[in-house]
Design a protein around this ligand. Sequence first.
Ligand SMILES: NC(=O)c1ccc[n+]([C@@H]2O[C@H](COP(=O)([O-])OP(=O)(O)OC[C@H]3O[C@@H](n4cnc5c(N)ncnc54)[C@H](OP(=O)(O)O)[C@@H]3O)[C@@H](O)[C@H]2O)c1
Length: 302
Amino acid sequence: MPWDAVTGAFGYTGRYVASRLLASGRNVRTLTGHPARPSPFGDGVPVLPLRWDEPRALARSLEGADTLYNTYWIRFARNRLSHAVAVERSRSLFQAAARAGVRRVVHVSITGARVDSPLPYFRGKALVERALQASGLSWAIVRPALIFGPQDILLHNIAWILRRLPVFIVFGDGRYPIQPVHVEDLADLAVDLGRRDERVAVDAVGPETYAYEDLVWAIAAALGRRPRIAHTPPAAAWALGAALSLVVGDVVVTRDEIAGLMAGLLVSGEAPTGSRRLSAWLQANAGELGRHWVSELERHYR
Ligand SMILES: NC(=O)c1ccc[n+]([C@@H]2O[C@H](COP(=O)([O-])OP(=O)(O)OC[C@H]3O[C@@H](n4cnc5c(N)ncnc54)[C@H](OP(=O)(O)O)[C@@H]3O)[C@@H](O)[C@H]2O)c1
């Protein structure tokens, strides 16, 4: 019986991709570094270990898979895990998929990925795209901007700050654009591309584009807050973020994330692929938004 492999099916985006696949009658297995994490699918999604150090074992894990949905990436470099290492790991995953005879790879990248980007996150994403395109596999690349949904980090943590602190720091003028896509729209697109055969790269963005500061105001309005907004240079915003990181025990924001946002990389010039509106989602989810800090370190390092 053919099956599809999803990296991180118990995580954020991968969970929605896996859910869509299961709902359409596909069998799903997941490759994850957290095999002990509770599965939202009960026993419905068997776990395969991510054996980065053993390429043959990685390929064996993928034998029999029809499509690999790859969400693997790291938000920031930490300990010995840099974006350069994540590029190499992604490359070895594609090589393993090719060796295992996987029919197709649907890869989740990001808007603004460019090999000449000065930002390791975005440069690395572009290098991974290149590696996939050179792999000989059939491929589709999905490039989301900001992904919003129940488990997302940025919007929840902006809301957390708005609920608790009287002042919200906006880096620079706050006018840089951001075009969020709902995680279910992204999953629909990925699964649709998985069914096809053509080699294609497409931005995954929703119907609404916000200036960053307007996004903050939209979240504040949904929460019924009227914060004071303070504009600071990016270095000062990062330093304040680092101080808050100590309070919440997480990495609030990185210099690269600030630079990427300010460079307007989280937006597309293509037609929207998603239909769900962030404005409606904020209204529907305001009660839960920002109640708890959503921790990257908790999710991936503890
Ligand atoms: N979230 C966004 O707003 C956003 C925006 C644009 C693009 N993207 C891209 O969308 C994809 C999915 O993002 P997501 O937010 O949904 O991620 P996620 O579910 O938290 O993680 C996706 C995968 O990457 C692995 N991973 C993440 N951080 C890791 C770390 N520090 N060490 C080892 N493995 C790590 C996870 O491993 P485990 O299975 O072990 O957890 C999982 O397999 C990524 O490629 C990301 O670059 C996300």
